[in-house]
Design a protein around this ligand. Structure first.
Ligand SMILES: [Cu+2]
Length: 134
């Protein structure tokens, strides 16, 4: 009878021990999965200069940007087609740019706070806005 009790005790200890080990493993698995997910999220955010606008696929990217007063914004044409930057209301700072071939750039320094809408004169449906803040 004593032998049976000892065997039963060992069995109980073994079961409790194994199940707590399994729980631990599961917990650490969840943790590592979470860590992987958070680093993946960070990687997907690509850092682009806030004052750079790419012209690609017949669109300005990003179409809407916000910069501080005194910032020079540079547009780069990455399309095979020629594009330009044409302000809706030209100012002393912001004038119509030349037609840009692929790889060419156009830069404008915005010295006055305001909202500057522009498009591409050959393709007026291509639109963008530069918000200039204090
Ligand atoms: Cu265009």
């Amino acid at each position: 009878m004593k032998k049976f009790i000892i065997i039963a005790l060992i069995a109980v200890i073994a079961v409790v021990g194994i199940s707590s080990l399994l729980k631990k493993d599961k917990g650490s698995d969840d943790m590592s999965t979470m860590n992987m997910n958070s680093s993946e999220t960070a990687d997907t955010e690509t850092a682009t200069a806030p004052n750079a606008v790419s012209i690609e696929d017949f669109a300005f990217k990003q179409a809407n940007i916000s910069v501080k007063k005194g910032t020079t914004v540079t547009w780069t044409n990455n399309d095979d087609a020629k594009h330009n930057v044409t302000p809706e209301d030209a100012t002393d700072d912001f004038k119509e740019g030349p037609l840009l071939a692929k790889g060419e750039t156009y830069s404008v320094t915005f010295n006055t706070v305001g909202s500057y809408s522009y498009n591409c004169s050959p393709h007026p449906y291509m639109k963008g806005v530069v918000e200039v803040t204090e």
